[in-house]
Design a protein around this ligand. Structure first.
Ligand SMILES: Cc1ncc(COP(=O)(O)O)c(C=O)c1O
Length: 450
């Protein structure tokens, strides 16, 4: 029987394990569930049920750059819920969704003129892979079925994204369900030569030549698309070497392979430009996005698609559905209304410029840890950075987990994957807040690496 809200004890319930938490050490949570509840969020801070505040060092999961409970977003959500709370996206749509598509296209690199909406980054990736397959098939090149991803890449948890992804623990259990014929480029994290780089490492563009090797192995006529995150976020802010993405673009063009930038993390300003494609001046054939498009408030993702790809689908009988794909919540009006409010705020408050000025502060802050005891690498670009800790030789990942747990009792909600801590603070944070975050973090790192 359901308990009434007043009887409900979330600490006890969480400890019981009814709620199976995503990407979580669930048994660890159950041992100390009181420390894992967040009661509310405002601006750059969360508040715990006991009233402690936690600085949001990763903007949610890279998705809340405008901070929490932004009044204009709350208002847009309420107004839209009262006007049109849902409408199917199949055969009909609504003005706010169409407007958001127009505005996203206006921000995108020239030529990426069409948007397909999804509800998450994982769905955006699977959608882009399907567009790639459909495009080649419609052009009579259905033999192009292979997808090339990259080691350490994260493209979500659908079978498509998982297959092109390169994070071993995520893949291991599901090997039997992977897409056929996928291969991977090497990643570009080269601490032997590029540790403690500020921004893009100078060397390493030649790692893109891996694509030539894979094409020689598989034959270009079997390869549909290459998908990469311009900056690999989930495995710890791996910044592309100077010239790497341009080289990848050249090779894809030469071999008739589509290039997909997965900008679920980098899209909507994280690097101080609308998309990483503009920051690096390299235009892919598709861009996947999610997260910041709605400031994380209502789930939404999508794919930006080059005009001639879209045009290739717009053929055949006019009464036929051109792309047999979509989600019940594609282009959800609540998400779209929030997306429009997010873009208003980003434009009016010049937030991309603000990111560029905060980039300098974050860079100075994190690189104070260069060569600190137990710190093996520090990297940064845009409003994102990562710090690698020397793993404990007996228990890899234990230092990261300890750091995360210490953060909770010292006012920081940290994102630690293995022994790497990633930082992606809100765009609305102040320079003082970034410096304070850095000082607290330095103290905690000293504790866990002593
Ligand atoms: C680059 C990238 N692609 C895809 C995804 C998956 O997005 P979602 O969790 O919304 O499915 C993520 C999530 O972090 C991501 O960082």
């Amino acid at each position: 029987m359901a308990s009434s809200p007043s009887d409900f004890d979330p600490v006890r319930s969480l400890a019981a394990g009814t709620y199976w938490m995503p990407f979580t050490a669930n048994r660890r949570v159950r041992q100390n569930s009181a420390s894992r509840l967040i009661a509310s969020g405002r601006g750059c801070y969360y508040r715990t049920p006991e009233g402690a505040t936690l600085f949001d060092t990763l903007s949610g999961l890279w998705c809340t750059p405008l901070g929490h409970a932004h009044p204009r977003i709350v208002e847009a959500l309420k107004t839209q819920a009262e006007t049109l709370d849902y409408c199917t996206g199949f055969q009909v749509t609504n003005p706010v969704t169409v407007r958001l598509a127009d505005r996203i296209v206006a921000m995108a690199p020239d030529g990426l003129d069409h948007v397909f909406f999804t509800n998450s980054g994982s769905e955006a990736v699977d959608t882009a892979l399907k567009i790639a397959l459909g495009y080649h098939r419609l052009r009579g090149e259905g033999g192009r079925f292979r997808m090339i991803g990259r080691e350490r890449g994260y493209h979500g948890v659908g079978f498509g994204g998982l297959s092109v992804g390169g994070i071993v623990p995520n893949r291991r259990m599901f090997a039997a369900g992977m897409l056929n014929g996928v291969d991977h480029l090497r990643h570009t994290h080269t601490p032997d030569t590029a540790a403690f780089s500020h921004g893009q490492p100078a060397a390493g563009a030649d790692l893109a030549d891996d694509l030539d090797r894979l094409v020689a192995l598989h034959d270009a006529s079997t390869v549909a698309a290459v998908i990469v995150e311009p900056v690999q976020g989930s495995t710890g802010v791996i910044v592309p070497p100077v010239g790497y993405l341009r080289r990848l673009r050249e090779l894809c063009t030469r071999h008739g392979i589509l290039l997909i930038f997965d900008e679920v993390i980098t899209g909507f300003g994280r690097l101080g430009a609308p998309f990483a494609a503009q920051r690096f001046d390299v235009v892919p054939d598709m861009i996947t996005f999610a997260k910041a498009v709605t400031n994380g408030v209502v789930p939404m993702g999508g794919v930006l698609v080059r005009s001639d790809l879209y045009g290739t689908f717009m053929t055949g009988p006019e009464n036929a559905i051109e792309f047999a794909h979509g989600y019940t919540y594609s282009g959800h009006p609540l998400a779209a209304a929030v997306g429009n409010a997010v873009l208003d705020i980003m434009e009016e408050e010049n937030l991309f410029e603000r990111v560029l000025s905060l980039e300098t502060v974050l860079q100075e802050t994190v690189h104070k840890l260069d060569h600190a005891p137990g710190v093996t690498d520090v990297r940064n670009i845009g409003l994102a950075a990562a710090i690698d800790l020397q793993p404990d030789s007996i228990a890899p990942g234990a230092r990261g987990l300890k750091l995360f747990e210490l953060g909770l009792s010292h006012g920081l909600l940290l994102r630690c994957t293995g022994d790497t801590v990633s930082l992606a603070p809100p765009f609305v944070a102040t320079p003082q807040e970034l410096r304070a975050m850095g000082e607290t973090l330095a103290g905690l790192i000293a504790t866990v690496t002593h």
